[in-house]
Design a protein around this ligand. Sequence first.
Ligand code: PRX
Length: 648
Amino acid sequence: MSQTYPASDEFIARAHVNAAQYEEMYAASVSDPDAFWAEHGKRIDWIKPFTKVKNTSFEFGNVDIKWFEDGTLNVAANCIDRHVATRGDQTAIIWEPDDPKTPARHISYTELKDEVSRMANVLKAQGIGRGDRVVIYLPMIPEAAYAMLACARIGAIHSIVFAGFSPDALANRINDCGAKAVITADTAPRGGRRTALKSNTDKALFDCSDKVKCFVVKHTGDQTTWIDGRDLDLKAMMAEASTDCPPEEMGAEDPLFILYTSGSTGRPKGVVHTSGGYLVYASMTQQLTFDYHDGDIFWCTADVGWVTGHSYIVYGPLANGATTIMFEGVPTYPDAGRFWEVCAKHRVNQFYTAPTAIRALMGQGTEWVEKHDLSSLKLLGSVGEPINPEAWNWYNTHVGKGRCPIVDTFWQTETGGHMITALPGATAAKPGAATKPFFGVQPEVLDPATAEVQTDTAAEGVLCIKDSWPGQMRTVWGDHERFMDTYFSQYKGYYFTGDGCRRDADGDYWITGRVDDVINVSGHRMGTAEVESALVAHEAVAEAAVVGYPHDIKGQGIYAYVTLMNDQSPSEELRKELVKWVRTEIGPIASPDLIQWAPGLPKTRSGKIMRRILRKIAENDYGALGDTSTLADPSVVDDLIENRMNRG
Ligand code: PRX
């Protein structure tokens, strides 16, 4: 039996949801989703109230997901305007800069309304409106939130590209969604270093239509090239723009944003989230999972380039009238106490981060935590990968001082918000387990071989979801077939998460990691196929196979097996060059940690690479290679093992 950690009686007494309420509400949410969500759909403001609630089908070939479909609303008005009358002076966003010597900024709801309206008017004046796509390639500065909300205000669809992605990756996304404009900044300070975002954007735009406009936020004032007629000084234009911009009336199912994410095959997919259901779900999960109360200071350390930043820095908290922190920096700059310094400085109440950050800080010793006053913390959250017991214990003991509930939230870019998580007043934490489904979420454990639903409480298999929830993605941008193939073809009638899972005898869910060719590096999702195609694009490379392997800090590292062209020979120089090559093709987050020269790769007689074997070799787990008799040339495996071992 695993040890469990319930919240204190005092916490439970104040919590939005206690255990009895959870049971009752959960049962209601699955037995009559229409009634349940009709009620909870009212948590946001509708211009025209919906009369239909759920209209969804998971039937393969016919997948169609609509929530609140005849309602109209504006997401930005929900995140800003409706709070102005009651809490106009309250801080909406606290911006904490990379350099702790630069003062933090407190942006009130009233200011937020003015800034977002100004930006929205600038976009409109440049011909951007309903349904147009705008790519945002910005650091963690208030303008990133303004840009998201300005798009939402005028009905444009934003697509954020994480500022760590390369010009190529940026260009691919601009082209895939047919963006009319990109919003970037001159340079981005992070951990004391600067990323040249504008120059990356210039490179990307070489490969895009010359109609794409480029708005530039002059953030650091660093010199950049400037192309008249294309580049627009966003701050200067905002200064001239009106603060009056009436929000567009949007349909509940109008897209709010596209966010590209990696899958097992092909290029990253544009995950489409729409307006009504997404906002209901993001706001409800932010309030209940973190037990957020009015006046609390909420800090999610993610970047707005990932879904976590969308739902839990911007849309969820602001829809709830919360105070949310946007942090420009990194956990270890100027020292390993930065997170805790920021918690103390802004009296943070709920703190939400990823296990990889915890592991990195854990390695720096406890003195960095002890230096700072963490007495304001009430709750801790974890996201992105399973949290290992050492990291959980360290987080609990040294950060939470044993008095803060920890919520381990399992979800995905595709799900819009939390799927399986403890609710702190209702569910005792169990280190390593995501525990129980959120309202409306019906997880099922399926046998991967037979696709049979496992009916015993204690079960192991792949994690599928039986029915829709409001925050679910609706389609892949421009490719509904791909949406159906990716998520609904393997297990008919179910949404397939791509994750393996175990359900214990208490009915708690433990996510065991991806069962497809997706790897999770420092909480960032990478498709192994993407890294492979970057590698083979190098002239020295004949073939490449990429797998994940356990990494102490990153969770998983990137292990690349590379077969060189006949006229090439392995060298340390070439190894470095390939790492650099991948960084330029995709971005630093895709840098291979290990490259093993592989004269041959294990293939079946039909030429399919047996990744299962490569994974085992990368994991140093040679005892469990399984059946290698179907290999065209079994001796390849011995070679690879020998080289793996020699590498140490
Ligand atoms: O494998 C699961 C893992 O992250 C994947 C989703 O990645 P992404 O779309 O980038 O979204 C990350 C943030 C929501 C999942 O398929 N994952 C996410 N949270 C957890 C997790 N694995 C275990 N426990 C979690 N709490």
